[in-house]
Design a protein around this ligand. Sequence first.
Ligand SMILES: [Zn+2]
Length: 176
Amino acid sequence: MAVVRNTPTASFLTKIGKMQTAECRMCRIAQKARGESTDGVAAETHGHINSAGCEGKAITITAAYHSIWRHLHDSMHATQKPKSKLKFVTIDKECNMSMLWRREEFLRIRSKEELTEKARDIEVTIPVKKSQEARYNLDPESFVENRFGGRRPDGVAINEALQIVYILEFTVSYIF
Ligand SMILES: [Zn+2]
């Protein structure tokens, strides 16, 4: 599904003087259709057209991402041995860290307070998005805590015997 490296992009064609602009044509069409300004349209590079950041490919790439992850997740689940102590927790769209830590099996491993305390050390190192700066400035500590509580992992597995919670995150990378 990825656009391969030898496909010429607008960025490349502009560089060799075969096109006037490096702008992504798909993003331009999408922005124009919404009646938005087409100033500052993203450059059409391989990285861009192979990412969900490209408006022309976002739906396809997101659907492929979910489909691959579902397959991987189900395969891991299906290949478990009967004696395995690893339990895959079903994650639905609404499930976040806060909700997981209302469940008994998670609370038995670590209290929500202890978890939040540990997570805070990492959360404070993650930059605050521009759109969230006002909320952050109002109460930095609550912001960091809520941001962690609202995180939605792709998947979660738990081993109660060893008291380990595995957070499963699926990332797609493209190699050209
Ligand atoms: Zn684009």
